[in-house]
Design a protein around this ligand. Sequence first.
Ligand code: TYM
Length: 353
Amino acid sequence: MDKALGDDGHRAVPPGERSELMKRIFSGVQPTGNLHLGNYLGAIRNWVQLQSDYECIFCIVDLHAITLPQDPDELRRHTREVTAAYVAAGIDPERCIIFNQSTVAGHSQLSWLLGCLTPLGWLNRMTQFKEKAGKHRENAGLGLYAYPVLMAADILLYKATHVPVGEDQKQHLELARDIAGAFNRRYDLAYFPLPEPQILGAATRVMSLRDGTSKMSKSDPSDYSRINMTDDADTVALKIRRAKTDPEPIPEDVEALEGRPEAANLVGIYGALANLSRAEVCRQYGGKGFADFKKDLSDLAVSVMGPIGAEMQRLVSEPGYVDDILRRGAERANEIAERHIKEVHDIIGLLRP
Ligand code: TYM
């Protein structure tokens, strides 16, 4: 270990690591089914843009998925489906590493090591645990509670510097930074970079089509609450037609969307799909009723999402191709992960005789 002092007073990382620390992205999606427009606009679409400027690692986080019960066959199917979604959306499996989390043992290993220096108080603040555990907190699994530590391990295992996600992951990323800082302080080293959240684009929080105050989510019992990436054109049109709105027309002034969550959500979705700001959408549609707007919105959604959904279906019908991508991705991810796990073991003092 290089003992020279880094800028922040901690001992610096070995020189060979410097270039690796420059710009590396890690992000992931849980294979829990019903991939939707929020996952696409809030995350996957941004990754496609970022792949030319960063070294990118995109994971299908199957170990996170099992923090809640999953049917084994469905879990396998959804893992292939998320992989297909990445590729269909335009992520290049040659340029980027695409793999499923459980194939790289380092995620579980680092999660334990980081768990040993994460105070319970930090985990008790996590709002997602409170939401998912609900009223039956005592029956919630340890995995669900430790979920954010595994997420920190995902990112830190590769010493990722940037993490592009939707807004709902912000609190987890702050925790990942805190955990990285705790490790660095404990061992007086600048070993882990503090990962930067990248919450990008016009649709960082896409809301439910049935309730503009709750997030579009894979687990909403109503399929009408979301547009799935695999919905066909008729289904998309029907869901948008049925989407909740209010009786007022679209305002000319974007400020007037305040207090109209459903209208604001549909305008936001249109803007994100058309690469326009909400203000531009309001200028274009101001004074028009929702019937016309919804017709245009469904045409636009179908034109953007239709080809991606069709390509996803085509890819999942070729599981051999998808599995090859995951196998190759796991090999590449493991190369980095094993090296870092060894370094972390050395730092902690875990003997490798
Ligand atoms: P997950 O599977 O819930 O969601 C995947 C990505 O989609 C984003 N997202 C949304 N964006 C905008 N509007 C929405 N309604 C919406 N719903 C979901 C999420 O913010 C996310 O970027 N904990 C993560 C998975 C994860 C991870 C990681 C992410 C595990 N380890 C390490 C980054 C780095 C999750 O449950 O995502």
